[in-house]
Design a protein around this ligand. Structure first.
Ligand code: ARG
Length: 460
């Protein structure tokens, strides 16, 4: 019999029963559900709404259920619809009338709002920990490749010289913001919906501050309707997950490019690659491709919930039961992607000679050549044009800039001298980019230290 069967004259249709139930997926919330109920019962006792004997019976009963769930002894039932009613039915079956008093001054609406909030709040530090692991791996790899010159790209065209360290550290910087975004999300969501009731609070003399404090929230939510209606914390979390996956996906795309024969800047470890069923020579970057592919499903999780929520009148609507699966899916996906991505990055072999060779073609020192003339007194725009002519001349004659003879340089401008060759040396071009945030070793070491300090400071 349903807990709510009082006003009904018929059993629920079996199809409806299954359709309506959420226990298949919301059983993940069992710990939050029981923790919330323990705090609620204690508060009811402290406020004199139920007796201390009832509180004791409920507390012991709930703890026993928690243990039995964790020992795998409980079979949940779709007849009891969701985790909240499953736990309550088990409790009542075990302790009788006291169990029936637990739901005093509470609704499943504030109960589910509480459980889900606590669940997301608990996952955030775990995900942050995994992001920090990836950042630490990036800092460690960057340490080794501060002088490894590679072409930096714009439009996927070779642009200016950077180091491989600088490229890795760019991702470390993005990941720092992913961490602080999650921290913000956790901070903003840390208000307690319990005590909002179905939507309009309650006439019982409850103490919402007591439960908020007991459950580690900063305060109770200030509006009961908002307390049961809002899912913006889940959406904020999903957008944080989406941005994080977008970063991983861009990185994955580069890993895929870098290990192609066209680039060959890296080689992935055998343990992080897969073969082909037909082509014996193949070594495929499946990990990176899956991370890139799974980004789509996390975006889908965000879009799905945004769309579910967009037309809902206040307060609770059953549509909102659809909030959990996308969040669970995003959490599972991200928590699978991060460690495997970290493993891939820590174990890859970096082919610095190939990077250096690629950097030697494509005129990535053309800006430095123009800067050379500018430093000798030519206005930058004129220098830019002069070097443009030189690049065209080189292209026609199959030369790089540094292969030009001094007379060839001087044809373009009499300001060129023998010291131009040093100015065009790629190691020097990269090494002189000492501006704050630049690729010179002094700056990449500063960045590495900053990433390491960030990782240490944000471990929770
Ligand atoms: N299983 C429901 C959910 O996840 C719990 C809240 C049910 N509330 C209600 N009024 N039917 O949303």
């Amino acid at each position: 019999m349903k807990l709510w069967s009082g006003r009904f004259g018929k059993e629920t249709d079996t199809l409806v029963n299954d359709f309506n139930a959420s226990i298949q997926f919301d059983q993940r919330l069992y710990k939050e559900d029981i923790t919330g109920s323990l705090a609620h019962a204690k508060m009811l006792g402290d406020c004199g709404v139920i007796s201390q004997e009832d509180v004791a019976a409920i507390t012991a009963g709930l703890k026993g259920i928690l243990k039995d769930i964790e020992d795998g002894k409980i079979e949940f039932s779709a007849d009891n619809e969701d985790i909240h009613m499953n736990v309550e039915s088990l409790l009542t079956a075990r302790i009788g009338d006291a169990g029936k008093r637990l739901h005093t001054a509470r609704s499943r609406n504030d109960q589910v709002a509480l459980d889900f909030r606590m669940y997301v709040r608990r996952e955030i530090p775990e995900i942050i920990g995994q992001i920090l692991d990836l950042q630490a791996a990036l800092a460690k790899q960057a340490e080794k490749y501060q002088t490894a010159v590679m072409p930096g790209y714009t439009h996927l065209q070779r642009a200016q010289p950077i180091s491989f360290a600088q490229h890795l550290l760019a991702y470390a910087a993005m990941l720092s913001r992913d961490v602080t975004r999650l921290e913000d999300c956790k901070k903003r969501m840390n208000e307690c919906p319990l005590g909002s009731g179905a939507l309009a609070g309650t006439t019982y003399p409850i103490d919402r501050w007591e439960t908020a404090k007991a459950l580690n929230f900063d305060c109770p939510m200030g509006n009961s309707l908002d307390g049961v209606s809002d899912r913006d914390y889940a959406l904020e979390f999903l957008s944080d997950m989406s941005v994080l996956m977008m970063h991983l996906s861009r990185f994955a795309e580069e890993v895929i490019l870098w290990c192609s024969w066209e680039f060959k800047f890296i080689e992935l470890d055998d343990a992080y690659s897969t073969g082909s069923s037909i082509m014996p020579q193949k070594k495929n970057p499946d990990v990176a491709e899956l991370v890139r592919g799974k980004t789509g499903r996390v975006y889908g999780d965000l879009m799905g919930l945004l769309t579910t929520m967009k037309g809902l009148p206040l307060a609770y609507n059953k549509d909102m039961q659809e909030d959990k699966e996308p969040v669970f899916d995003a959490i599972d996906t991200v928590k699978m992607c991060l460690p495997v991505f970290t493993g891939q990055i820590s174990t890859m072999t970096v082919l610095t000679d190939n990077m250096r060779r690629a950097a030697g073609h494509g005129f990535i020192n053309a800006t430095d050549c123009a800067d050379y003339l500018t430093k000798k007194g030519m206005p930058f725009r004129d220098a830019y044009t002069a070097v443009g002519h030189l690049v065209a001349y080189c292209s026609e004659n199959g030369k790089t800039l540094e292969e030009l003879t001094l007379p060839e340089f001087q044809n373009a401008s009499p300001l060129f001298n023998g010291d131009v060759y040093e100015a065009l040396n790629l190691e020097a071009c990269m090494g002189q980019r000492k501006s704050y945030g630049g690729p010179a070793v002094c700056e990449t070491s500063r960045q590495i230290q900053a990433v390491e300090a960030f990782v240490a400071a944000h471990r929770m």
